[in-house]
Design a binder for this molecule. Structure first.
Ligand code: KG4
Ligand code: ZN
Length: 361
């Protein structure tokens, strides 16, 4: 009898249908045995954003095929699994329900344990799978739906130190790309256009900088781009490149300013971090990655950036979070609900949609 655990993880909370089988050995080291991801980019591209109803239908159509592919690729039988896990939230509720029901059905039919996973927790635990990072560490999680800085003190010990009070960082990239007529998803399109641009041509606002908060606000940036773009009509390719480069430089400055101040605070509080981690789709951005790497080097801290396919939504991170919890004794009931909202740090007050000043309106 070995203590090696095997879990099938299913992810359907946004626009990726994903399943993976991951192993965890008794030392705590993880191995990805399969990781199948089917993105829905084409289905949502005409709308320049993820349409919840289209996403849910697409998940329902392919989820069992994706699970089947992940099981075959791993060469693991259902009977060998310790548990079946799925994202139970936060996310688009229709999609979450598809993955959750699939996982529960498999667990019930095969007599395996079931583990419900918080999607944000799966993102923040990924560097333990990819880099074996020890606690405590700081994660900057930036995707289309979430932007937060989280201190990971231990399993289930998460402190959200900062978040956005309006748009998520990836969302700001997507909205800017849309108003400049670039494609979806906007992040890669903006980064690409920015390559030939002048990052100093436009000066965009950096709200909340210098205030006694670590939170960020990005909706004013989008308005500023719209105003510049309207004033320049018709836009040349050079104008678009300069707008993208200036936008990217501003976002990078906001991110590094907050990260630096958070590091100062943690240092003053005597928290000895093992690493800084950047995750989520935005961590694909080379300018942002480079800036965080420079900052970490200044502070003599290692940076752990999971490879891109594990920064964006995937099943391996769900299986891994479930493995960590399963090893600690966690099992969830089959009536565990799907949650559209499920904050990682239950103590932190919600900020999104609270108005630009961070005050409930
Ligand atoms: O983590 P992710 O794949 O999905 C979730 O939102 O959960 O993140 C997608 C987001 C999109 O908003 C996309 O525009 C952004 O990440 N993104 C980028 C880049 N690649 C993807 N943002 C900036 N630069 C990039 N290279
Ligand atoms: Zn995600």
């Amino acid at each position: 009898m070995t203590d090696r655990r095997l879990i099938l993880g299913i992810e359907t909370s946004c626009d990726e249908t994903a399943a993976a089988v991951v192993a965890r050995d008794p030392t705590g080291a993880g191995t990805i045995l399969s990781n199948v991801v089917r993105a829905q980019i084409e289905a949502h591209a005409p709308y320049s954003g993820v349409v919840p109803e289209i996403a849910a239908r697409a998940h329902a159509e392919i989820c069992d095929h994706v699970v089947d592919a992940a099981m075959k690729e791993s060469a693991v039988e259902f009977a060998e699994l310790n548990a079946v896990a799925a994202t139970a939230g936060p996310g688009l509720i229709g999609g979450v329900m598809v993955g959750l029901l699939t996982a529960k059905s498999i667990a019930l039919a095969t007599g395996r344990d079931f583990v419900a996973v918080n999607h944000l927790e799966a993102h923040v635990l990924t560097p333990r799978l990819t880099h074996g990072v020890a606690f405590p560490y700081l994660v900057m999680l930036a995707s289309g739906g979430h932007s937060q800085w989280v201190l990971v003190r231990g399993l289930s010990e998460y402190e959200r130190l900062a978040t956005t009070i309006d748009d998520a960082i990836g969302e700001a990239f997507d909205k800017s790309a849309k108003l400049l007529g670039l494609g979806f998803p906007g992040g890669p399109a903006v980064e690409n256009a920015a390559k030939n641009g002048d990052p100093t041509r436009f000066s965009f606002p950096k709200p909340l900088t210098g205030r006694p908060t670590f939170d960020i606000s990005l909706s004013g940036l989008k308005t500023a781009i719209r105003q510049e773009a309207e004033a320049l009509q018709p836009l040349s390719d050079g104008d678009i490149s300069d707008l993208c480069a200036s936008f990217q430089a501003t976002v990078t400055e906001i991110i590094t300013d907050r990260t630096a101040r958070i590091l100062d605070r943690l240092h003053a509080d005597g928290v000895s971090l093992t690493a800084i981690v950047a995750s989520g789709g935005v961590a694909a951005n080379q300018t942002i990655r480079n800036a965080l790497e420079d900052l970490a080097a200044e502070r003599s801290l290692p940076v752990a950036m999971p490879p891109m396919h594990l920064c964006t939504d995937n099943g391996a991170m769900i299986a891994w979070a479930a493995l960590e919890h399963h090893a600690a004794g966690r099992r969830d009931p089959l009536d565990f609900p799907a949650r559209s909202r499920w904050p990682l740090d239950e103590k932190a007050a919600p900020k999104l949609g609270f108005g630009r000043a961070g005050v409930k309106v």
